[in-house]
Design a protein. Structure first.
Length: 447
């Protein structure tokens, strides 16, 4: 049968998925895989969770869609109320969209309009500062903030937003050591603000823990405190992109809680509805909401599916399971156990440079030369090749490239469902070690 699907990569062979159960996905040939990336850090509750399926069915019978321009619903109010309880500080208001890019794009526009509402139509504040080696989504605003190679082909279309170096301790852009450094990467924000002119800057955006662009970079313990202070000093908003890290993945409901800092806006998606229905959101501080309410009263923005009752009911069910089953705590304990195991077993391989992460958001960086940290050449396609080998061993990971210098560099993200047990973590590690041993011969041909 002719396949009429326009895939992302037209040269790739795709497996056909049959069904999923818990942490496992099955293909139509009957093979079983550990969904060790939860797709792309999405399926946080695993597959076919009965409580979520029940909530979905019940809401679909009542009403699946009503447009947010005219209707509210018990489902969106319940989700917003749950989110307000969980989010830090006074981040009490939820603006709903349908995914991560829509969330960051909405945060960008919310930041811009916030200053118009507060300071009047002449406010020049509009630029968003972000970081290299980051990912904030594929729409044009989100891609303008993104700092990895996915932006390259679209450069002529992008907004002129400044980027600062990443907090990447394994390849510190300032050649420092995390134990002794002055967190120069955080202070770089101040320089960028001064260069752009604080009067022109609306916000700084950062992933709490960097996801697909760099394989689970966990920032320095002081990083976000310094960022918060700088944002306050120059009157710019701090947008925390938790599209990947949020809703339990890092061992906290919101990853930023680990750094004990309160952002102005949090972007969420992925784990918030855990893949059962597309959903994203921007969680806003009361002061931002109040400024809109006391100003024009309307955010000139919106997406058709944002706030549909079906996705909201699904997300509310997901969040309730997350809390009832204390899955953030599970991510913390099983994640620490898995990370230690992987460090012990993978770091001895000559082509493994770093194994890092927090909770169940982990990354493995692959390198050509351990001593110099020289990456494999991009053309070798090492991350993708290793991913195929891992699939042969029944493990699905999420590979990425370009982390070393914008072009070269291979890493992959591990983000198994938060329901992972200790014995499943052992199974995952054993399968990975077997795949890594098999791959040694391939890696050697490029070393
Ligand atoms: C941190 C972050 N922000 C934004 C996005 C974009 O989300 P989406 O793919 O749902 O548009 C992603 C997706 O991977 C992400 O990891």
């Amino acid at each position: 049968m002719t396949d009429h699907v326009f895939y992302r990569n037209l040269k790739k062979q795709y497996k056909e998925v049959s069904h999923g159960e818990g942490i496992y996905l099955y293909d139509t040939d009957g093979n079983r895989y550990i969904d060790a990336a939860s797709g792309a850090a999405v399926s946080n509750l695993g597959h076919a969770h009965p409580k979520v399926i029940r909530a979905m069915e019940e809401q679909a019978r009542k009403v699946a869609f009503s447009h947010l321009s005219r209707w509210t619903s018990p489902a969106i109010r319940e989700l917003a109320s749950l989110t307000a309880t969980l989010a830090p500080g006074t981040l009490n208001k939820l603006y709903l969209v349908s995914g991560g890019s829509e969330a960051t794009e909405s945060a960008l526009k919310m930041a811009r309009q916030y200053y118009l509402e507060r300071d009047g139509a002449a406010s020049p504040k509009h630029r968003i500062i972000s970081r290299w080696k980051s990912f904030h989504g594929n729409t044009i605003g989100a891609l303008s903030m993104t700092g990895d190679k996915r932006r390259q082909k679209y450069m002529p279309l992008l907004l002129d937003f400044p980027h600062i170096p990443q907090c990447y301790c394994y390849r510190c852009p300032f050649s420092c050591q995390p134990e002794t450094c002055g967190v120069e990467c955080a202070h770089a924000l101040e320089t960028a603000i001064k260069e752009a002119g604080p009067e022109n800057v609306a916000a700084f955006i950062a992933e709490t823990v960097v996801g697909a662009a760099c394989g689970a970079l966990v920032p320095h313990r002081d990083y976000f405190k310094i960022i918060r202070q700088i944002c306050d000093r120059y009157d710019i908003l701090y947008i925390d992109d938790e599209v990947m890290a949020g809703f339990g993945r890092t061992g906290r409901i919101f990853a930023i809680d680990e750094w004990d800092v309160i952002p102005d806006l949090i972007c969420a998606a992925k784990g918030m509805s855990a893949g059962y229905s597309p959903l994203g959101g921007v969680i806003a501080k009361d002061k931002i909401y109040d400024t809109f309410k006391n100003g024009s009263g309307s955010f000139v923005h919106g997406h058709t599916y944002g706030g549909n009752p079906l996705s909201a009911a699904v997300a509310a069910a997901v969040v309730k399971v997350l809390i009832e089953e204390d899955l953030a705590a599970n991510a913390r304990t099983v994640g620490a156990y898995l990370l230690q195991n992987l460090r012990e077993k993978l770091l001895p391989f000559a082509y493994v440079g770093d194994v890092r992460g927090i909770g169940l958001m982990q990354g493995v960086e692959l390198i050509k030369n351990k001593a110099t940290k020289e990456p494999f050449p991009a053309g070798a396609g090492i991350a993708e090749k290793l991913t195929i080998t891992l699939m042969k061993h029944g493990v699905i990971v999420y590979p990425g490239t370009g982390n070393a210098d914008g072009e070269n560099g291979d890493q992959f993200l591990l983000a198994p469902p938060l329901i992972l047990t200790h014995s499943q973590a052992d199974e995952l590690a054993d399968r990975m070690v077997a795949a890594f041993a098999e791959f040694e011969a391939v890696a050697k041909t490029y070393q």
